[in-house]
Design a protein around this ligand. Structure first.
Ligand code: PLP
Length: 383
């Protein structure tokens, strides 16, 4: 038989999705894969049902229905504080997952170098490899996950074509400060680098931290491909709706990539989600407040275990230090924890470029009852 491609042999299946399967096998509470265990807002579910009667069963406009782009453009303009041309500056994708792939393929050629912070959301390395680009890793140093400006400068000076910025960050929960983002912006300008942002957690930020949209920094609108999603904001991870926002000439290219990858996102769901994009500002404040209280429930239990963790500033993950258990492999620990404690985490090593076995990631996108049940089990980790 002929060989399958070399590029698909150099990365493994997602460890996050794998841990969900392990959780199911052991009947464990799944704090591995990050998705809410509650329903989306009732109006949105109703709009989803109505969409089936609204004759939206055929392909929508490839780059997103005009109604959805209009609503998305208006919502974005509100949060960015700048006008958004929904006709020329947006392409609707099948989730931020496709948005990031589209963004990378739009700006990178095979052989180009793409900078990533490590730890990183595991899709980015696969995106780079599938594009034929070479990932260049810049460490975020635990436990506070700050970058060293000299290390960042060296990476940019090594000849990057693009830099990927996940903010708020999965897995480490950082919300980068305006000063940090300005440092990245200055390097992008100096070395003429595209910045691909993944801002799917833009509305899950815990005070006093504040989210700064990278494209709003001086000079950055033209070199940013902002990727985001409706998955997390409206608790609809299964609807697969995301987008890229960038300058018109960039979006013209991105639309071609998107068209040939997927043609378009599900037409009835594009129609339905317009309802959510018209929610008032209080919806977004409520979302962050709810996640803050979920975070506090989980951290309350972790405090009782005596284990160290990094307090998340945004997103819905916490990195837990498992070094006191003395496991050589965090994967082995994660399997043990799923089996014996009954709570499934993700081994931290799946997010780091260097061998790193000290952490597991837990997510708190769960109802209070689920988090209390998981918390009671986690108390068995007490030293
Ligand atoms: C940082 C980050 N980007 C993208 C995604 C996927 O988003 P979507 O559901 O829009 O494809 C996730 C999902 O966990 C994520 O954590």
């Amino acid at each position: 038989m002929p060989r399958t491609s070399r590029r698909t042999s150099v990365f493994t299946e997602s460890l996050i999705r794998e841990m969900s399967r392990v959780a199911a096998r052991h009947g464990a509470i799944n704090l591995a894969q990050g998705f809410p265990d509650w329903d989306p807002p009732a109006e949105l579910v109703a709009a989803g049902k109505e969409a089936m009667d609204a004759h939206r069963h055929q392909y929508a406009v490839t780059w997103g229905s005009p109604e959805l782009r209009g609503a998305l453009g208006a919502k974005l303009a509100r949060f960015l504080g700048t006008p958004v041309d929904a006709e020329r500056e947006l392409v609707v994708t099948c989730g931020a997952t496709e948005a990031m792939m589209v963004a990378m393929m739009t700006v990178c050629d095979p052989g180009d170098r793409v900078g990533l912070f490590s730890p990183f959301y595991e899709n980015y390395r696969a995106d780079a490899i599938l594009t034929g680009a070479e990932p260049v890793l810049v460490p975020l140093h635990p436990p506070h996950y700050r970058f060293d400006p000299d290390e960042l400068r060296r990476a940019f000076a090594s000849g990057l074509k693009a830099f990927v910025l996940c903010n708020p960050s999965n897995p480490c929960g950082r919300v980068f400060t305006r000063e940090e983002l300005l440092q990245i912006a200055a390097l992008a300008e100096e070395h003429d680098v595209w910045v691909l942002t993944d801002e799917v957690y833009e509305h899950i930020v815990f005070p006093p931290h504040r989210h700064t949209y990278f494209c709003t920094l001086p000079g950055m609108a033209g070199r940013t491909l902002m990727c985001s999603s409706l998955s997390k904001t409206f608790s609809i991870t299964g609807w697969r709706l995301g987008y890229v926002h960038a300058a018109p000439d960039v979006i013209a290219q991105a639309r071609k990539v998107h068209d040939f990858l997927t043609v378009g996102a599900a037409a009835p769901l594009q129609h339905a989600v317009v309802t959510a994009l018209n929610f008032p500002g209080s919806y977004y404040d409520g979302l962050s407040a709810e996640y803050a209280s979920s975070r506090d429930v989980l951290l309350g239990y972790l405090d009782q275990t005596g284990l160290s963790y990094t307090r998340p500033e945004g997103a819905y993950f916490v990195m837990l230090d498992i070094s006191p258990f003395g496991y050589a492999s965090d994967v082995e620990f994660a399997h043990w924890m799923t089996r014996e404690i009954g709570v499934a985490p993700v081994p931290g090593s799946s997010f780091f470029s260097d061998p790193e076995n000290r952490y597991v990631r837990l997510n708190f996108a769960k109802r209070p009852a689920t988090l209390h049940a998981a918390g009671e089990r986690l108390l068995r980790l007490r030293r």
